[in-house]
Design a protein around this ligand. Structure first.
Ligand code: CO8
Length: 262
């Protein structure tokens, strides 16, 4: 079904959980033009797969994604850089707005574009050897795939500026303490932990889960009263679903709900 060179995809039809692995281990899974094109293609078609949750990770035990491919950047001038930043941002926007919840399983370096990729996911679970950072200033450039915008919304402007101005690497534990990472695990338990959390999401009503994602994401930049209106509209929408009738009936009848995503 998928003929990707830089992505590996597997899914379990029973659970509805998929695992998408960025695979350029010789370059620590750096995001070159091909990875970006394949990510775009995958996320444009994700609704056709019927997934309930996706885990996004990097190949190997060393790196999630070590950034955009630096070797491709040598010849870029300003105009090309702007075009590529917009393009990368639009690919990551597809992930952020995807109807399928996406968990970033950060298994090593999440640097530059790799950290920006993790930030576009719904939440991050990291191994205790993971390293996060925006090292672009060390290369004489700056984040261009949404890092200055998403990171400050996650951890506040002062910490975001500190990370992006120093270019230093930070541990998974530090990112957990700052609220960016939701769980830290030993490396060998990372995928098991992600599967467990994905499994919990995958058994819930899919449309309700989607509405939660939309309400949180679309509401974050609104004044609170407008966010409340948004929540009320989405609340109304879930009450029109078959799964709402199933979920409430199952509770009353003391049985497990069977959700259909309708
Ligand atoms: N791009 C291309 N190749 C890379 C990258 C990368 N980002 N990171 C690592 N590699 C390659 C190395 O060149 C090396 O290849 P080779 O064996 O052919 O020399 C191989 O991966 C292994 O890497 P190292 O030997 O360096 O491994 P170490 O364990 O010594 O170091 C590090 C690991 C610390 C992760 C180191 O590789 C490193 O610093 N990498 C670069 C990290 C970085 O600066 N990332 C930010 C890139 S810029 C960015 O992401 C901007 C996003 C916005 C782009 C906007 C569009 C233009």
């Amino acid at each position: 079904m998928y003929n990707y060179e830089t992505l590996k995809f597997e899914s379990d039809n029973q659970t509805g959980i998929g695992i998408l692995t960025i695979s350029r281990p010789e370059s620590l899974n750096a995001l070159n033009a091909q990875v970006m094109a394949e990510l775009e293609s995958f996320f444009k078609g994700i609704d056709d797969i019927g997934l309930r949750c996706l885990i996004l990770t990097g190949d190997g035990s060393k790196s999630f994604v070590a950034g955009a491919d630096i070797k491709e950047m040598k010849s870029f001038g300003g105009a090309q850089a702007e075009e590529l930043a917009h393009r990368g941002q639009s690919v990551f926007d597809l992930i952020e707005s995807s109807s399928v919840p996406v968990i970033a399983a950060v298994n090593g370096f999440a640097l530059g574009g790799g950290m920006e990729l993790a930030l576009a996911c719904d939440f991050i679970i990291a191994s205790d050897n993971a390293k996060f950072g925006l090292p672009e200033v060390s290369l004489g450039i700056m984040p261009g795939y949404g890092g200055t915008q998403r990171l400050s919304r996650h951890i506040g402007r002062a910490k975001a500026r500190m990370l992006a101005m120093t270019g230093d690497m930070f541990s998974a534990q530090q990112m957990y303490e700052w609220g960016l990472v939701v769980r830290v695990t030993p490396p060998e338990e990372l995928m098991e932990k992600c599967q467990k959390v994905a499994g919990s999401i995958a058994t819930k009503a899919p449309l309700a889960v989607q509405m939660v994602k939309q309400a949180v994401n679309q509401g974050q930049d609104l004044p609170q009263s407008d966010g409340m209106d948004l929540e009320a509209r989405m609340f109304a929408k879930v009450f029109e679903t078959e799964d709402k009738n199933e979920g409430v009936s199952a509770f009353i009848e003391k049985r497990k709900a069977k959700f259909k995503g309708k």
